[in-house]
Write a protein that binds this ligand. Structure first.
Ligand code: SF4
Length: 194
């Protein structure tokens, strides 16, 4: 089993940050008005599998998606973001339906945008990773779980799966998410030397 302390990908704050996901107690509040941007290849995979995803969605979100699609024209990081209905991501219905449908097929992450999987790890435009926390990298989201005083649990112990995922992303093992190699994260020297 991969241990968080074995992961060499440099992630600012991983030794000092505190984080403890309490879903479903929180109601999945990180899916409220989060509007993650979606890579074009991720978008295509969701489109291709939409017929089996739609039945799991709320009635209102399903109607919105059937009428206008699941992305908005609003762009983040140069990519179109997921739409919201009543303030929640269209794919939220007592949890993430992309996660649910993937899990039913044996891979909880196969349809989820990588930014949702990595949360609360975030990649800045220069390619460096950090743990999202209030007061770090200009964090603007007031989510309670990003408050380092909210939990005594260290991110290194609670984010093992997320840390492993972002390492794979940077290593190119999640290359399907990007249409062209140019879109992929650029391995940094520390990664290339391994
Ligand atoms: S895609 Fe899923 S995890 Fe991401 S914001 Fe929407 S409901 Fe949440």
């Amino acid at each position: 089993m991969t241990r968080a302390q074995d992961i060499v990908l440099p992630i600012a704050g991983q030794d000092t940050a505190h984080f403890d996901c309490v879903f479903p107690t929180c109601g999945g509040v990180c899916c409220k008005n989060g509007r993650p941007p979606v890579e074009e290849a991720e978008n295509a995979r969701i489109e291709q599998n939409l017929a089996k995803i739609l039945p799991h969605m709320t009635e209102k979100a399903r109607a919105r998606v059937e009428r206008d699609g699941f992305r908005t024209e609003r762009k983040k990081e140069g990519l179109r973001a997921l739409a919201v209905t009543d303030g929640w991501c269209v794919f939220h219905n007592e949890g993430c339906v992309l996660h649910k449908v993937g899990a039913l097929e044996g891979d909880r992450w196969k349809y989820k945008p990588w930014r949702c999987i990595a949360f609360p790890l975030e990649r800045t435009t220069d390619g460096a990773w950090h743990v999202r926390q209030w007061g770090v990298e200009g964090e603007a989201w007031d989510l309670f779980c990003l408050n380092p005083d909210e939990s005594p649990k260290k991110a290194t112990t609670t984010l093992t799966a997320e840390l492993a995922f972002v390492r794979e992303l940077d290593d190119g093992k999640e290359a399907w998410r990007f249409l062209t190699p140019a879109d992929q994260p650029t391995p940094r020297p520390s990664m290339q030397a391994r």
